[in-house]
Design a binder for this molecule. Structure first.
Ligand SMILES: Nc1nc2c(ncn2[C@@H]2O[C@H](COP(=O)(O)OP(=O)(O)OP(=O)(O)O)[C@@H](O)[C@H]2O)c(=O)[nH]1
Ligand SMILES: [Mg+2]
Length: 292
């Protein structure tokens, strides 16, 4: 796999600004994509937010497997992380998300209350690009205050959004980290659309995604792209992509498969949950827990 040079210049500035704003913040709300929560965890956040109250939202849970979502909730809770499953699009879960953040900030509010001061809770919403930070903020605001888009790097500057007289949220640009060592995480981050496709080899990424999905949700994959049953080598990214071309009739003159078109379609369909609602990652559970 090509080494992904994924760290756009604007993120250095964004990270610096985020550090500067921390003094204004009571709670840090980290949003991860439920399909790949580990890959979404920015290692820089540990140091950056070490003195802050932190909570986690497992967003886009509608695009993943309900049972794996529950496994992730248990996994993070066991680590002492306060976490909630979430779908930021559509209506619903607004109240529970607001009270989840307010509950996390209660120790801060109490300190002020004890001094007779009523304080607005200020939370910073952070995460890697495209996980739904701005969509979440709009949901809580009950209107479109923050700009959203189905591609990474939509939010470029920070923005305060008032949710109620008692709660304000800061939208922040998606942040990646400079040195990507784990290629498995890199793949997942590319699959979920957190790295700009124009700096990726989309055919390679989509081909690898097909190979991975063949192992995770074989039946749904074949249903969507039926000609994949005829592919001999299902570990070959190229052959899998050609199988999609044959399934959809993406054949150029001379019988050449249009693998670039197939790659874009596969990535779009996966990201929209059209192939299957599946988790790319599962928590490692001990044998003892599995038996229960
Ligand atoms: N299915 C589904 N889609 C979601 C959910 N939350 C957000 N999205 C979609 O994900 C895409 C990215 O949403 P944004 O809110 O712009 O993501 P962001 O984290 O602010 O991205 P950056 O500003 O680029 O860092 C949009 O197309 C949203 O509609 C969710 O819970 N479920
Ligand atoms: Mg945004």
């Amino acid at each position: 796999m090509q080494t992904i040079n994924w760290y756009p210049g604007h993120m250095t500035k964004a990270k610096r600004e985020l550090a500067e704003d921390l003094k204004l913040i009571d709670v840090v709300v980290e949003i991860v994509d439920a399909r790949a929560p580990l890959a979404c965890r920015n290692p820089d956040f540990e140091e950056l937010f070490k003195n802050k109250i932190r909570v986690m939202l497992l967003n886009k849970s509608d695009l993943s497997s309900p049972s794996v979502n529950r496994e992730w909730i248990r996994y993070f809770q066991k680590q002492g992380i306060s976490v909630m499953e979430l779908v930021s699009i559509g209506s619903g879960a607004r109240k529970s998300a607001v009270s989840f953040i307010e509950k996390a900030g209660e120790p801060v509010l109490k300190k002020y209350r004890d001094k007779g001061i009523s304080k607005t809770l200020r939370a910073m919403v952070v995460g890697i690009p495209n996980v739904g930070k701005s969509t979440f903020i709009n949901k809580l605001a009950g209107m479109n205050r923050a700009q959203v888009g189905d591609r990474p790097g939509v939010t470029r500057g920070r923005q305060w959004v008032k949710i109620s007289p008692y709660l304000e949220l800061m939208d922040t640009p998606g942040l990646l980290w400079a040195k990507l060592e784990d290629q498995q995480s890199a793949k997942h981050i590319a699959y979920i659309g957190s790295i700009r496709d124009d700096i990726l080899n989309v055919e390679e990424i989509a081909g690898m995604l097909l190979c991975d999905l063949y192992g995770i949700c074989h039946d749904e994959l074949i249903k969507r792209y039926p000609k994949l049953v005829n592919v001999d080598d299902r570990e070959s990214a190229e052959s899998m992509l050609e199988g999609v071309c044959r399934s959809r009739g993406f054949i150029l003159s001379g019988g050449v498969p249009d693998t670039e078109r197939a790659a874009r379609i596969v990535l779009d369909e996966f990201r929209a949950g059209k192939i299957a609602k599946v988790a790319l990652e599962r928590p490692e559970v001990s044998c003892e827990e599995q038996d229960r």
